[in-house]
Unconditional design. Structure first.
Length: 246
């Protein structure tokens, strides 16, 4: 996959895109990243990318010309581009694991990172979709873009190395993830559940599923409303309610 990021702070991406899993994926040729400073496409002598809003108001808005020019330079004609253009915006659709999985199937993505108070409304026409990572406001779209990129890239085949590594992640099937344990078996009076030491794979599967349901029920109960629950899941939930005194 090729990912291009339009931003006036390309240096912010140097660390996250050059470390850990994303670094290895780049070295393996699974991912290609390019950051484009759209200030380079500003028309004014001083390379201004923002201006005061018409009608007055606080703050500055990103101008349309630099972003339009930068996008057209890296994308080429819209009809010839096979990927998607994503605008990071607090007004966008909430980002979910399902969104990450859908975007991971694309061959190319372009992210537009806003900054300052906001951006000229006409910039929205460039995007195939707008994405928000939460109901709060950040200084710019750079950090949200990093979150989305990290989340979707780990779902690309080969990036994690082991195909099943992400399948039990929280939200991958609509539930929170079950608890995990490693050595030592006992630590400061806290012991690993005996079932995980049994070697009985079916019992381990059942325990993990039930504990994923328990954690979701206790912490994010609203997720269960949209989850695809089996008869076994329903039975587990009945047991959990009795055990938790609910």
């Amino acid at each position: 996959m090729k990912i291009t990021i339009l931003t006036i702070f390309p240096e912010m991406f140097e660390g996250p895109l050059s470390a850990s899993i994303l670094k290895r994926a780049r070295e393996q040729g699974l991912l290609t990243f390019e950051t484009v400073n759209f200030r380079d496409y500003a028309l004014s002598k001083h390379k201004n990318v923002d201006d005061i809003p018409f009608g007055g108001g606080a703050g500055m808005l990103l101008k349309p010309e630099p972003i339009f020019a930068a996008l057209e330079a890296v994308r080429g004609p819209k009809e010839a581009y096979g990927g998607k253009v994503i605008l990071m915006s607090p007004q966008g659709a909430p980002f979910t694991q399902q969104t990450a999985a859908r975007l991971a199937r694309e061959q190319e993505l372009i992210f537009i990172c806003g900054h300052y108070e906001g951006f000229d409304e006409r910039i929205r026409t460039l995007a195939d979709e707008e994405i928000s990572i939460g109901d709060y406001v950040l200084t710019g779209g750079e950090l949200p873009a990093m979150v989305v990129i990290d989340s979707l890239c780990r779902l690309i085949p080969g990036v994690l190395g082991e195909a099943a590594s992400h399948e039990a992640d929280s939200f991958s099937d609509g539930l929170l993830e079950h608890p995990h344990y490693t050595r030592p078996r006992e630590f400061r009076g806290m012991e690993v559940p005996e079932v995980l030491l049994s070697g009985n794979h079916e019992e381990i599967r059942r325990w993990r599923r039930k504990e994923a349901l328990r954690r979701t029920w206790l912490r994010r109960r609203e997720l269960l409303e949209a989850a695809d629950l089996s008869r076994e899941d329903q039975k587990f939930l009945e047991e959990i309610c009795r055990e938790e005194g609910i």
